[in-house]
Structures are given as structure tokens and as C-alpha cells.
Write a protein that binds this ligand. Structure first.
Ligand code: G4P
Length: 320
């Protein structure tokens, strides 16, 4: 089952971003360095009118450094885009962020033309941590001008540098199934919107392909090869004493263990996708989405025949 999660407040955030972006010079998107493609909002470019963008790959301390380098090169190759890797708890990320924004919008700066930056990202990506680090011990200054609502907060990073913070947001339809699983594994999706066992099995499937040695070592398993995902989850549960009685494994508990250890980095430095893999997932997702729409249209046409209205509008792609 594809995972979807777009509660009402995210719709309001989307509207607030579209409104605010008119007066913005650079849009910072905080990505999860362990799932840079899946954590990128596929609607952002449309939403922000293609403003210069800074992609910050956060939690890079938890990600595979080789894959982080691939993703940084991927984003740095794009026009009007810069990418940097970050650990939001580092004490001095402000300088790198500010420098990157000045590179993207060189005409801004000074009291007459302060730099105006919007920061957005999925839930749990580390935005609060980053902002707290940026402002240090100071209390975040919130603007009292019209239009600044609880949905957004203005923070003064320097006399000529304003940062607008927005609440964590996903997008109305996740068309890449693997992205849904990766987002859930990272903690970006509300717990009630997915089945933990299913997500843990997908996570193990991805881990066994690239990080089998880490899984084997962390859970003291004799072998990972040759086990199905279900057997692997069972073996992990057994090793950790997640039992229900009569020798049965508590798979729910085992799933929680796998996800928690991935999230906290106890499993090791892991990145669940490369730019090439992600591009292939998006292509497959778009194909399925087009088929789904065509079927839906055909059903509607059969039910209520009407003159040809032309092709339906394209769905937002998963590739930002
Ligand atoms: P949000 O505002 O985007 O929703 O995210 P938030 O800053 O609350 O961060 C979510 C979790 O990610 C927090 O952990 C935070 O400590 C952790 N985090 C943020 N940035 C980084 C980073 O660069 N590296 C690592 N390793 N972790 C990061 P938590 O367990 O939910 O809370 P806590 O243990 O910090 O209290």
C-alpha cells in the first residue's frame, strides 16, 4: 500500500509559502542526507517560482559520505542551485549558509537590500535544531508585521539577513512508493499513516542490498544472505528478545527496533538512495501515476460520458 500523509495544516503551509515567496531571494530546502531525493518536495520549484535554491543535506553525520558526495554533485550541477552538507548541531553552520545564499543572490546584502531567505523541509528533518544552532542562545525574533502568522516565523540572523521559517511539510500525493517507505523510515510521516512492520521490511530490503554487513554486525547475526526480509526481521526480533511466548517473535517490536536504530544512526552511516536510483524510481512512479489517471478518467467517462476534454493535467513529478 502506498503511503500518503498530507494533514490540513500542511495545506495551509503550502499556501503560506506561495504567498511569502514573492518577497524572497533564496529558498533553502533542508533535505535528509539519508534520503535526499525522497525528502525533496517535488512541488517546490512550482511553489517558489523557480527562485535560486540552496539544498542543505542535513544529518550528514548519519549518512554514507560517498553517497552524500554524489548527491551534492547532483544538486550543484543544476542552474541557480547550490548544495551543502550539514550536521544541524554543528556550532558554526551559519557562515556557510550565509555565504551560499550570497553566492546565489549576489545583488542582495546591506541594510538597504537585506537578504530574504525562506527555509522549508519535511517534518523531523532537523529544521528546529538548525535554527536553534543558528541563533545560538538568542531567542528567535518573530516579526509583528502583517502576514507573519504562526505558520511562519521571521528570524534575524544578521542585520541584513532575514530567515523565514515554515512548518514541516510533505506533498499531497507521494507517487514514488519507495519514497513513501523511506520517508516513513526516517520519521517524517505520522505514525498512524503507515504500518511499521511493512516499513521495516522495506527498510531491511534496502539495507541488505548495500549495507548487509552493518545489519549483520549490529544485530550479531550469523548471516543476512539467503534470508527473506520476513526471516531477517524475525531473526532480529529473536536476537533482541522481542518474543510473544511459545517462541513466537513480536514482529511489531522487532520493526520498531529496526526503525529506531536506523533513525538514531546506531546501524551505521546509511543513505537509502543514489541520484540514479531515485531517478529510476521517479520514472516508474510517473508511469504508474499516468496509468492510474488514465484508468480513473476512463471510469469517469464510462459513468458520465461527455465530450473530449483533452488530456488531464500532469501530476507533479517526484524529481525536484
Ligand atoms: P524539525 O524541526 O525539522 O521537525 O526537526 P528537529 O530539529 O526537531 O529534529 C528532529 C530530530 O533530528 C531530533 O532528534 C534532532 O536532534 C535530530 N537532528 C536534527 N539535525 C540533526 C543532525 O544534523 N544530525 C543528527 N544526528 N541528528 C539531527 P530527536 O531524537 O527527535 O530529538 P532529541 O533527541 O534531539 O531531543
Amino acid at each position: 500500500m502506498a503511503i500518503q500523509w498530507f494533514p490540513g495544516h500542511m495545506h495551509l503551509t503550502q499556501k503560506a509559502i506561495a504567498e511569502r515567496v514573492k518577497d524572497i531571494d533564496v529558498v533553502i530546502e533542508l533535505l535528509d542526507a539519508r534520503l535526499p531525493g525522497s525528502s525533496a518536495n517535488p512541488m517546490l520549484a512550482d511553489l517558489t517560482g523557480h527562485k535560486p535554491g540552496l539544498k542543505v543535506l542535513n544529518k550528514q553525520d548519519l549518512a554514507d559520505p560517498e553517497r552524500t558526495a554524489l548527491w551534492l554533485a547532483h544538486y550543484n550541477d543544476r542552474p541557480a542551485t547550490r548544495a551543502i552538507g550539514l550536521d544541524a548541531s554543528q556550532t558554526t553552520p551559519a557562515r556557510r549558509l550565509i555565504d551560499a545564499c550570497h553566492e546565489l543572490a549576489p545583488s542582495r546584502g546591506g541594510m538597504a537590500k537585506p537578504m530574504r531567505v525562506l527555509i522549508c523541509g519535511i517534518p523531523n528533518v532537523g529544521k528546529s535544531t538548525l535554527i536553534n544552532t543558528l541563533i545560538g542562545g538568542r531567542k528567535a525574533k518573530t516579526g509583528d508585521e502583517a502576514g507573519i502568522t504562526k505558520l511562519e516565523q521571521r528570524i534575524t540572523l544578521a542585520d541584513d539577513f532575514y530567515l523565514w521559517d515554515t512548518p514541516g511539510m510533505l506533498w499531497p500525493r507521494i507517487i514514488v512508493a519507495k519514497s513513501g517507505y523511506n520517508l516513513a523510515a526516517s520519521g517524517a510521516i505520522g505514525r498512524n499513516a503507515f504500518d511499521e512492520e511493512e516499513v521495516a521490511l522495506e527498510l531491511l530490503d534496502a539495507l541488505r542490498q548495500h549495507y548487509a554487513a552493518l545489519v549483520q554486525a549490529r544485530f550479531s547475526l550469523d548471516a543476512v544472505d539467503g534470508l527473506t526480509d520476513e526471516r531477517l526481521l524475525e531473526a532480529i526480533g529473536r536476537k533482541r528478545g522481542a518474543l510473544l511466548g511459545q517462541g513466537r517473535v513480536n514482529l511489531q517490536k522487532a520493526a520498531e527496533i529496526v526503525m529506531n536504530e536506523f533513525r538514531s544512526g546506531k546501524l551505521g552511516r546509511i543513505t537509502l538512495e543514489t541520484p540514479q536510483e531515485f531517478a529510476a524510481w521517479v520514472a516508474a512512479g510517473e508511469l504508474l501515476e499516468a496509468e492510474r489517471r488514465a484508468k480513473k478518467e476512463a471510469r469517469a467517462q464510462k459513468k458520465h460520458p461527455r465530450p473530449d476534454r483533452g488530456a488531464p493535467p500532469a501530476a507533479p513529478s517526484g524529481a525536484d
